[in-house]
Design a protein around this ligand. Structure first.
Ligand code: NAD
Length: 524
């Protein structure tokens, strides 16, 4: 709480919001004027004002984009690998040179706190740096001498056009998870940002244009589910990737199943923080605040359920309450506040509704974040302050369902086994963290916590870009994760070659046709 630099100046509002923001599609190298189609309003969540509009794409625009990507694939996929990688290196440089502008673009429409927006951009730069190792990860396998004069080879080949769908809460990160790996491996891409946070991709796409990325390699179509649903039966599309809620992941899985598309679908989350009796308390409180209230609780790795053993429960509650009361709220552009708003009026209502549900279920509302006291310029913003429930049990809806806001539910459970049971019984399995200094608890937790990503004495267990990122159970449909080697595997197909080497100096066919081993090898 105390580590933020005080700076009360607004960083960018005047400059960015001087004119209405007009979001555009980008297809085959052209920014498209969407004046003929429908659009949705774009709001500044910090004060509720309309700041621009986003086009709502149709089946036609969706198909236009995939056709452009399919055409671009014909030449892009055949480019020598070092040429494709040149563009990834240029992307790194372009992002480094424009990192403040890109961070501000996230803070304008998503209203992610500017410090966190800067962190998101830095993480994407790291992901791009990791993507520079694609040539090493693309190397296939060979096996010599599987029969006389016959060798086998596995080639990791590009597949065609991939499409990606982003959630509102990580507009830059999800670009980094999908696009560099898809195009670096030789595919082309159509991307649909969230209609609630499209501005980052508008700015990023301009950088891709500026570095000279060939037309049609990356295309942007804005809109709602209609744009995505058009891909299921689109013969130009080989696969669809999503980061979003679990219901959306399931809907896309169904569509891709019907249309025969491959899919990488990261879903929703409900993350546990287990607090043992020897938890380092200062570190714990600092991390719960960052994880639970950072991005106003709208992170897929945000701590949401806190499970605490009885020995330390009362101390935790007291310390957390005191620290949470000190959390400051304000405009996302204001570096001096801790927390910005949630994304929309409907998200605010949904969170407030969950607070009612918690009360009705019999949990104790220790701190109520509804109706925080805001200054005049932010009084119409979508703010919910830190909220804490105690006496929560694993069966309650506030424990089971994703609230996606700054609401913490504290459970008192007897021991590490009960905590692990609660995690196992939960339908989602994105991340879970434990705070302890005991190596037995640590190893047991890493081994037994039924989630995809585990953390020890960290609030947010986000894996480094070299490692796969993704949950299990309801948090991931299928088995494909983003980042690292997993991403390269998803965006490529293994092609297997069987090669007979014929020596032109002798009649090799006559020589080898008597060889039974060769016959059996080539028979199929
Ligand atoms: P959302 O599921 O409402 O929307 C995500 C995207 O899918 C949007 O672009 C939206 O237009 C599109 N969409 C919505 N319904 C669709 C449908 N039926 N068919 C096709 N497309 C559809 O999610 P959101 O509110 O934008 O983002 C928050 C959610 O994303 C949370 O559940 C959060 O946990 C999840 N998330 C998960 C991760 C992860 O790594 N697992 C990371 C970030 C966010």
């Amino acid at each position: 709480m105390t580590d933020k630099k005080p700076n009360t100046s607004r960083l960018f509002s005047d400059e960015w919001l001087a004119q209405p923001i007009q979001i555009k599609d980008h297809i085959n190298g052209e920014w498209l004027d969407s004046s003929h189609g429908e659009s949705a309003p774009l709001f500044n969540p910090s004060n509720g004002t309309k700041i621009g509009s986003v086009p709502l794409g149709t089946v036609k625009t969706s198909r236009q984009a995939t056709a452009a990507a399919a055409e671009a694939f014909k030449t892009w996929s055949k480019r020598p690998l070092p040429q494709r990688m040149d563009y990834i290196f240029l992307m790194v440089r372009a992002m480094q040179d424009n990192k403040e502008m890109l961070a501000q673009s996230i803070a304008v429409d998503q209203a992610k706190h500017i410090a966190e927006a800067r962190g998101e951009v830095m993480r994407v730069i790291e992901i791009l740096q990791m993507a520079c190792s694609i040539p090493a990860l693309l190397q296939g396998e060979t096996i010599q001498g599987i029969a006389n004069n016959i060798n086998g080879r596995v080639i990791k080949a590009p597949m065609g056009v991939f499409c990606g769908v982003a959630p509102f809460n990580f507009p830059a990160l999800v670009f980094g998870w999908f696009i560099p790996f898809a195009i670096g491996t030789g595919n082309t891409f159509v991307y649909k940002p969230s209609t609630e946070s499209p501005l980052f991709m508008q700015k990023m796409m301009q950088l891709l244009v500026d570095i000279g990325l060939p037309e049609g390699v990356v295309n942007i179509v804005h809109g709602d589910r209609e744009v995505v649903e058009a891909w299921y039966e689109d013969e130009n599309v080989v696969g669809v990737c999503l980061v979003g809620s679990t219901p959306t992941a399931k809907a896309i899985a169904e569509g891709c199943g019907r249309g025969g598309k491959i899919a990488m679908l990261l879903g929703g989350a409900k993350n546990f923080c287990v607090v043992m009796e020897d938890a380092p308390m200062d570190l714990l409180i600092e991390n719960i605040l960052m994880s639970g209230y950072g991005s106003a609780g709208q992170r897929c790795l945000a701590i949401s359920n806190i499970v605490c053993v009885p020995e330390i429960h009362d101390e935790l509650v007291e310390r957390l309450l005191e620290a949470s009361k000190g959390v400051t709220l304000g405009d996302a552009s204001d570096d001096s506040v801790f927390m910005g708003p949630v994304i929309s009026a409907s998200a605010k209502n949904k969170i407030a509704n969950y607070i009612e549900i918690g009360l009705a279920e019999g949990a104790t509302l220790l701190l109520d974040g509804r109706n925080p006291d805001m200054d005049d310029s932010n009084k119409d913003g979508y703010f919910i302050g830190p909220t804490i429930f105690t006496d929560v049990t694993p069966e309650m809806r506030i424990s089971k369902e994703e609230i996606f806001g700054p609401v913490l539910s504290i459970h008192k459970l007897g021991c590490i086994d009960r905590a692990l049971d609660a995690i196992s019984d939960h339908p989602m399995g994105n991340g879970a963290v434990i705070f302890t200094q005991n190596s037995f608890y640590t190893e047991k937790f890493i081994q037994e916590a039924d989630v995809g990503m585990v953390g020890v004495n960290v609030g947010i267990c986000a894996p480094h870009p070299y490692l796969p990122f993704g949950g299990i159970k309801g948090s991931l449909i299928g088995n494909n994760k983003v980042q690292g080697k997993d991403a390269v595997d998803f965006f490529t197909q293994n092609k297997v070659a069987t090669i007979r080497v014929v020596d032109p100096a002798i009649n090799a066919v006559n020589n080898t046709s008597k060889d039974d081993t060769v016959r059996s090898c080539v028979a199929s």
